[in-house]
Design a binder for this molecule. Sequence first.
Ligand SMILES: O=C(O)c1ccccc1NCC(=O)[C@H](O)[C@H](O)COP(=O)(O)O
Length: 224
Amino acid sequence: MTRGAAGEGRGVPERLLVKVCGTTSVHDALLSAEAGADAIGLIFAPGSRRRVDVQAARRISLSVGAGVARVGVFMNQPLDEVLRTAETARLSAVQIHGEVSSLYLGALACYHPVLRVLRPAELAGQGTTPEGPVTLMLDAPNPGSGEALDWAALRADFPAGAWLAGGLGPLNVAEAVRVLRPAAVDAVSRLEASPGVKDPEQVRAFVRAAREAHRALQAESGSP
Ligand SMILES: O=C(O)c1ccccc1NCC(=O)[C@H](O)[C@H](O)COP(=O)(O)O
Protein backbone atom coordinates (compact mmCIF):
# COMPACT_ATOMS: atom_id res chain seq x y z
CA MET A 1 0.00 0.00 0.00
CA THR A 2 1.29 3.47 -0.86
CA ARG A 3 1.38 5.60 2.26
CA GLY A 4 2.33 9.12 3.23
CA ALA A 5 1.50 11.78 5.74
CA ALA A 6 -2.16 12.70 6.12
CA GLY A 7 -3.36 14.87 3.26
CA GLU A 8 0.03 15.61 1.77
CA GLY A 9 0.74 14.16 -1.69
CA ARG A 10 -1.24 11.01 -0.94
CA GLY A 11 -0.47 8.20 -3.38
CA VAL A 12 -2.91 5.81 -4.99
CA PRO A 13 -3.29 2.64 -2.91
CA GLU A 14 -2.18 -0.50 -4.76
CA ARG A 15 -5.55 -2.07 -4.03
CA LEU A 16 -8.92 -0.71 -3.09
CA LEU A 17 -10.83 -3.02 -0.78
CA VAL A 18 -14.62 -2.99 -0.93
CA LYS A 19 -16.69 -3.88 2.13
CA VAL A 20 -20.43 -4.44 2.09
CA CYS A 21 -21.71 -4.02 5.61
CA GLY A 22 -24.86 -5.07 7.49
CA THR A 23 -25.09 -8.61 6.13
CA THR A 24 -27.88 -10.56 7.83
CA SER A 25 -28.33 -13.63 5.61
CA VAL A 26 -26.36 -16.25 3.70
CA HIS A 27 -28.22 -15.13 0.58
CA ASP A 28 -26.89 -11.56 0.88
CA ALA A 29 -23.40 -12.72 1.82
CA LEU A 30 -23.19 -14.77 -1.38
CA LEU A 31 -24.58 -11.85 -3.36
CA SER A 32 -21.76 -9.59 -2.08
CA ALA A 33 -19.13 -12.26 -2.67
CA GLU A 34 -20.35 -12.83 -6.25
CA ALA A 35 -20.40 -9.07 -6.85
CA GLY A 36 -16.69 -9.05 -5.99
CA ALA A 37 -16.68 -7.57 -2.49
CA ASP A 38 -13.51 -8.18 -0.49
CA ALA A 39 -15.30 -8.08 2.86
CA ILE A 40 -18.71 -8.33 4.42
CA GLY A 41 -19.71 -6.67 7.68
CA LEU A 42 -21.70 -8.49 10.38
CA ILE A 43 -23.18 -6.07 12.90
CA PHE A 44 -23.32 -7.03 16.59
CA ALA A 45 -23.73 -3.46 17.86
CA PRO A 46 -26.66 -3.19 20.30
CA GLY A 47 -29.68 -1.41 18.86
CA SER A 48 -28.68 -1.75 15.21
CA ARG A 49 -31.51 -2.54 12.79
CA ARG A 50 -28.99 -4.84 11.08
CA ARG A 51 -27.92 -6.73 14.16
CA VAL A 52 -27.26 -10.40 13.52
CA ASP A 53 -27.11 -13.15 16.12
CA VAL A 54 -23.88 -15.03 16.60
CA GLN A 55 -25.06 -18.38 15.25
CA ALA A 56 -26.53 -16.79 12.13
CA ALA A 57 -23.26 -14.89 11.69
CA ARG A 58 -21.33 -18.14 11.94
CA ARG A 59 -23.45 -19.69 9.15
CA ILE A 60 -22.91 -16.58 7.03
CA SER A 61 -19.13 -16.62 7.61
CA LEU A 62 -18.85 -20.29 6.73
CA SER A 63 -20.89 -19.73 3.56
CA VAL A 64 -18.44 -17.24 2.05
CA GLY A 65 -15.26 -19.01 3.13
CA ALA A 66 -11.80 -17.60 3.61
CA GLY A 67 -11.70 -15.61 0.34
CA VAL A 68 -14.00 -12.92 1.73
CA ALA A 69 -13.10 -11.13 4.96
CA ARG A 70 -15.77 -11.27 7.70
CA VAL A 71 -15.68 -8.08 9.73
CA GLY A 72 -17.61 -8.01 13.01
CA VAL A 73 -18.94 -4.58 13.96
CA PHE A 74 -19.07 -3.70 17.68
CA MET A 75 -19.98 -0.60 19.66
CA ASN A 76 -18.93 -0.15 23.30
CA GLN A 77 -19.05 -3.89 24.02
CA PRO A 78 -16.91 -5.68 26.60
CA LEU A 79 -13.66 -7.20 25.39
CA ASP A 80 -14.62 -10.75 26.33
CA GLU A 81 -17.89 -10.45 24.38
CA VAL A 82 -16.01 -9.26 21.28
CA LEU A 83 -13.46 -12.07 21.56
CA ARG A 84 -16.09 -14.79 22.11
CA THR A 85 -18.21 -13.49 19.23
CA ALA A 86 -15.22 -13.32 16.91
CA GLU A 87 -14.36 -16.93 17.61
CA THR A 88 -17.87 -18.36 17.32
CA ALA A 89 -18.82 -16.28 14.27
CA ARG A 90 -15.52 -17.03 12.51
CA LEU A 91 -14.67 -13.36 12.08
CA SER A 92 -11.45 -12.38 10.33
CA ALA A 93 -11.39 -8.80 11.69
CA VAL A 94 -13.25 -6.62 14.20
CA GLN A 95 -14.52 -3.07 13.66
CA ILE A 96 -14.71 -1.03 16.85
CA HIS A 97 -17.00 1.99 17.29
CA GLY A 98 -17.46 4.02 20.45
CA GLU A 99 -15.46 5.06 23.45
CA VAL A 100 -12.77 2.48 24.12
CA SER A 101 -9.26 2.76 25.56
CA SER A 102 -6.00 2.14 23.74
CA LEU A 103 -5.48 -0.75 26.16
CA TYR A 104 -8.72 -2.33 24.91
CA LEU A 105 -7.65 -1.88 21.28
CA GLY A 106 -4.17 -3.23 22.01
CA ALA A 107 -5.59 -6.32 23.72
CA LEU A 108 -7.97 -7.00 20.82
CA ALA A 109 -5.19 -6.50 18.30
CA CYS A 110 -3.28 -9.39 19.89
CA TYR A 111 -5.98 -11.67 18.49
CA HIS A 112 -7.57 -10.00 15.45
CA PRO A 113 -6.93 -7.26 12.91
CA VAL A 114 -8.78 -4.20 14.23
CA LEU A 115 -10.56 -1.43 12.35
CA ARG A 116 -10.77 1.52 14.73
CA VAL A 117 -13.62 3.82 13.69
CA LEU A 118 -13.20 7.56 14.06
CA ARG A 119 -15.68 10.35 13.47
CA PRO A 120 -14.68 13.45 11.48
CA ALA A 121 -14.14 15.49 14.66
CA GLU A 122 -11.59 12.90 15.89
CA LEU A 123 -9.52 12.89 12.72
CA ALA A 124 -7.22 15.88 13.20
CA GLY A 125 -3.71 14.90 14.23
CA GLN A 126 -4.08 11.18 13.53
CA GLY A 127 -1.35 11.28 10.88
CA THR A 128 -0.97 8.03 8.97
CA THR A 129 -2.93 4.90 9.88
CA PRO A 130 -0.30 2.77 11.63
CA GLU A 131 1.23 -0.30 9.95
CA GLY A 132 0.13 -3.34 11.90
CA PRO A 133 -3.06 -4.74 13.31
CA VAL A 134 -4.96 -1.48 13.96
CA THR A 135 -6.24 0.35 10.87
CA LEU A 136 -8.18 3.60 11.06
CA MET A 137 -11.61 3.96 9.48
CA LEU A 138 -13.52 7.21 9.08
CA ASP A 139 -17.30 7.05 9.43
CA ALA A 140 -20.18 9.47 9.96
CA PRO A 141 -21.04 10.40 13.57
CA ASN A 142 -24.16 8.24 13.34
CA PRO A 143 -22.95 4.94 11.82
CA GLY A 144 -25.24 3.15 9.41
CA SER A 145 -27.32 6.30 8.82
CA GLY A 146 -26.40 6.83 5.17
CA GLU A 147 -25.13 10.33 5.93
CA ALA A 148 -22.32 11.32 3.55
CA LEU A 149 -19.27 13.23 4.74
CA ASP A 150 -17.75 16.39 3.28
CA TRP A 151 -14.76 14.65 1.71
CA ALA A 152 -13.10 17.83 0.44
CA ALA A 153 -13.17 19.35 3.94
CA LEU A 154 -11.59 16.19 5.39
CA ARG A 155 -8.88 15.82 2.80
CA ALA A 156 -6.07 17.42 4.81
CA ASP A 157 -6.69 15.22 7.85
CA PHE A 158 -7.66 11.91 6.25
CA PRO A 159 -4.90 9.46 7.19
CA ALA A 160 -3.14 7.66 4.35
CA GLY A 161 -4.08 3.98 4.49
CA ALA A 162 -7.40 4.61 6.24
CA TRP A 163 -10.76 3.10 5.29
CA LEU A 164 -13.76 5.26 4.43
CA ALA A 165 -17.46 4.83 5.24
CA GLY A 166 -20.41 7.20 5.58
CA GLY A 167 -23.19 7.53 3.03
CA LEU A 168 -21.31 5.83 0.21
CA GLY A 169 -23.20 4.24 -2.66
CA PRO A 170 -22.95 3.57 -6.38
CA LEU A 171 -23.51 7.22 -7.32
CA ASN A 172 -20.93 8.88 -5.08
CA VAL A 173 -18.21 6.32 -4.34
CA ALA A 174 -16.11 7.38 -7.35
CA GLU A 175 -15.95 10.97 -6.11
CA ALA A 176 -15.02 9.84 -2.58
CA VAL A 177 -12.25 7.60 -3.93
CA ARG A 178 -10.92 10.42 -6.09
CA VAL A 179 -10.89 12.99 -3.27
CA LEU A 180 -9.64 10.91 -0.32
CA ARG A 181 -7.92 7.90 -1.93
CA PRO A 182 -8.92 5.52 0.85
CA ALA A 183 -7.52 2.01 1.18
CA ALA A 184 -11.06 0.65 1.41
CA VAL A 185 -14.66 1.78 1.04
CA ASP A 186 -17.57 0.54 3.10
CA ALA A 187 -21.31 1.03 2.76
CA VAL A 188 -24.65 -0.23 3.92
CA SER A 189 -27.70 2.12 3.76
CA ARG A 190 -27.50 2.89 0.05
CA LEU A 191 -27.16 -0.79 -0.83
CA GLU A 192 -30.39 -1.90 0.82
CA ALA A 193 -33.96 -2.62 -0.26
CA SER A 194 -34.91 -2.34 3.44
CA PRO A 195 -32.83 -2.35 6.65
CA GLY A 196 -30.79 -5.55 6.73
CA VAL A 197 -31.85 -6.67 3.23
CA LYS A 198 -29.60 -5.97 0.26
CA ASP A 199 -30.67 -4.57 -3.09
CA PRO A 200 -28.70 -6.76 -5.52
CA GLU A 201 -28.42 -4.06 -8.21
CA GLN A 202 -27.07 -1.50 -5.74
CA VAL A 203 -24.52 -3.95 -4.33
CA ARG A 204 -23.24 -4.85 -7.78
CA ALA A 205 -23.19 -1.23 -8.92
CA PHE A 206 -21.31 -0.16 -5.78
CA VAL A 207 -18.54 -2.72 -6.21
CA ARG A 208 -18.28 -1.92 -9.92
CA ALA A 209 -18.17 1.85 -9.40
CA ALA A 210 -15.51 1.56 -6.69
CA ARG A 211 -13.31 -0.67 -8.85
CA GLU A 212 -13.69 1.59 -11.89
CA ALA A 213 -12.82 4.68 -9.84
CA HIS A 214 -9.70 3.02 -8.48
CA ARG A 215 -8.61 1.86 -11.94
CA ALA A 216 -9.11 5.38 -13.29
CA LEU A 217 -6.99 6.84 -10.48
CA GLN A 218 -4.24 4.31 -11.15
CA ALA A 219 -4.31 5.10 -14.86
CA GLU A 220 -4.13 8.84 -14.18
CA SER A 221 -1.20 8.48 -11.82
CA GLY A 222 0.65 6.01 -14.05
CA SER A 223 0.64 3.28 -11.38
CA PRO A 224 0.53 -0.33 -12.63
O1 LIG B 1 -25.25 0.01 10.26
C1 LIG B 1 -25.56 0.00 11.45
O2 LIG B 1 -26.73 -0.22 11.82
C2 LIG B 1 -24.53 0.24 12.52
C3 LIG B 1 -24.95 0.43 13.83
C4 LIG B 1 -24.01 0.64 14.83
C5 LIG B 1 -22.66 0.65 14.54
C6 LIG B 1 -22.24 0.46 13.23
C7 LIG B 1 -23.15 0.27 12.21
N1 LIG B 1 -22.74 0.12 10.89
C8 LIG B 1 -21.35 0.06 10.60
C9 LIG B 1 -20.84 0.19 9.25
O3 LIG B 1 -19.71 -0.21 9.04
C10 LIG B 1 -21.57 0.92 8.15
O4 LIG B 1 -21.29 0.30 6.94
C11 LIG B 1 -21.06 2.35 8.09
O5 LIG B 1 -21.45 2.98 9.26
C12 LIG B 1 -21.61 3.09 6.87
O6 LIG B 1 -23.00 3.13 6.91
P1 LIG B 1 -23.81 3.95 5.80
O7 LIG B 1 -23.48 5.39 5.99
O8 LIG B 1 -25.22 3.64 6.09
O9 LIG B 1 -23.39 3.44 4.46
